[in-house]
Design a protein around this ligand. Structure first.
Ligand SMILES: Cc1ncc(COP(=O)(O)O)c(C=O)c1O
Length: 456
């Protein structure tokens, strides 16, 4: 597979050209990567008006993922989430022929949404109808939604629905039933948008579990999370069966939220990743998935509760005694760094770039743990998901004057800012909601001491 962006930059870097253009380092190797960091010079194409090397590279990505169109983002899934919602808003407006100002658009969303979704609500001014977790003792990170519930909500909300928005895989690796939920969306002539930030690799499994192959209309992947792409590199996918206009509007929607100086280092890594995916990745992925299955079996045999997750993740639920944070600390002492830990969970993410030695070291460390647990079926510490009352729109709350209060004093007040720890960056209470006693407990659980509320 050709890698046109990388080839162009490599040739340019070797050409001894006098760089009378941005970036300021002029290709001088202070850090070591400057020679390959260029701007939109002649021949380098332009991300938001791509017709040359970037267009060719994006076409490669489109073919690899089998989508209608796949566009690059150099600003992560965060940019793509906003772009997806703008695309859905524009399609909804076109479809209904309604005036944007006279009818409040509604996005139906599973509650475990990343804060980028809330920022989109602030910027685009849509209302949110939350789909609350249907499972018992749900973590903030998970939110199982059934087709029956979605059907009921879509029937109730009718034409006001702009789109349905799901996060899958979630931070703990839980996967939504995309096929069933997509069917419901399409019966209601509604778009399904999926935040697949954690699942770019899913398309390359023997049986794809990628949302685009299961019926999603729009989807974002943080390529940098599970593929060998520099941080910031992401894809916005538009399905072949989605309304054709979405493909035409995709670049404009991304540009609305993007910098006019996209990183060519990130673009090159997305470009090179195409060849990486085309040449033997499926086999390497299958191999590491097999290795991880074995690791999970060993961990389960050693007494750890290993959750059902997407294949490249190991999520351990701590039911007793030790906390996830303590285990993460112990792993750190053995120079093993986890992706995420809280009181109840430990999350580890692997890729084919991890070696067998990495997994051996993990097993050596976790295998040595003495699990003196009083195992019960119910997690003990996890706070119940907050179901706060929405007092005003997300946008109205955000643009109100605010004051910062210690969380203990915030009960009864209206939240102004999406309040979350990062990771997992899932707001506990969203702007416009009243902070109740459960929310205060949840803030404390996640170590949040202060919260910004709307000034009374
Ligand atoms: C579920 C989810 N969605 C979206 C994002 C944002 O992705 P990015 O960091 O690529 O902008 C993240 C980041 O961690 C995430 O976990």
């Amino acid at each position: 597979m050709r890698t046109p962006i990388y080839d162009f930059v490599t040739e340019y870097a070797a050409s001894d050209t006098v760089r009378l253009h941005m970036p300021g380092h002029k290709g001088q190797p202070v850090l070591g990567c400057e020679t390959a960091d260029i701007t939109e010079i002649s021949g380098a194409d332009a991300l938001y008006e791509a017709s040359g090397i970037i267009a060719e590279s994006e076409a490669n990505a489109t073919a690899l993922f089998g989508t209608g169109r796949t566009f690059y983002s150099t600003e992560g899934s965060s940019q793509c989430v906003r772009a997806m919602l703008e695309l859905a808003r524009r399609w909804w407006q076109e479809k209904n022929g309604t005036d944007w100002k006279t009818e409040r658009p509604v996005v139906v969303a599973a509650r475990n949404a990343h804060k980028a979704f809330l920022y989109a609500a602030i910027l685009l001014d849509f209302d949110i109808v939350w789909l609350w977790p249907e499972e018992k003792n749900a973590s903030l990170c998970s939110c199982v939604v059934t087709a029956e519930t979605l059907e009921k909500v879509l029937t109730e909300k009718g034409d006001a629905v702009v789109a349905v928005y799901l996060t899958s895989p979630n931070y703990l690796g839980g996967m939504a039933d995309i096929s069933a939920l997509a069917e419901v969306c399409h019966q209601h002539n509604t778009l399904l948008l999926v935040d697949n930030a954690h699942g770019a690799y899913l398309h390359f499994l023997e049986n794809s579990l990628h949302p685009m192959d299961l019926g999603a209309d729009l989807c974002c992947d943080s390529a940098h999370k599970t593929l060998p792409v520099l941080t910031g590199g992401a894809y916005l996918h538009i399905s072949k069966t989605a309304p054709r206009q979405l493909q035409d509007w995709g670049k404009g929607a991304l540009e609305l939220f993007g910098s006019t100086s996209p990183s060519y280092l990130i673009l090159q890594s997305l470009d090179l990743c195409n060849r990486y995916l085309a040449e033997g990745y499926k086999e390497r992925l299958a191999k590491v998935c097999g290795q991880l299955e074995t690791v999970k079996k060993y961990l389960a045999a050693a007494g750890w509760q290993v959750e059902e997750t997407d294949p490249l993740r190991i999520t351990v639920k701590l039911l007793c005694g030790l906390t996830g944070t303590e285990i993460a600390g112990q792993l750190r002492n053995h120079q093993i760094e986890c992706e995420y830990a809280d009181e109840d969970y430990l999350v580890l993410m692997a890729t084919p770039e991890n070696s067998v030695r990495d997994f051996d070291r993990l097993l050596e460390t976790l295998g040595k743990q003495k699990l003196q647990c009083d195992v019960t079926n119910e997690p003990k510490k996890i706070p119940l998901a907050v179901r706060a009352e929405q007092i005003m729109s997300v946008r109205k709350a955000y643009f109100s004057s605010g004051e910062v209060l210690p969380v203990e004093q915030a009960q009864g007040r209206i939240c102004r800012m999406p309040t979350a720890t990062c990771p997992p960056a899932i707001p506990i209470v969203v702007p416009g909601e009243r902070i109740d006693a459960v929310a205060v407990k949840c803030f404390q659980y996640y170590g949040i001491d202060f919260v910004e509320v709307v000034k009374e």
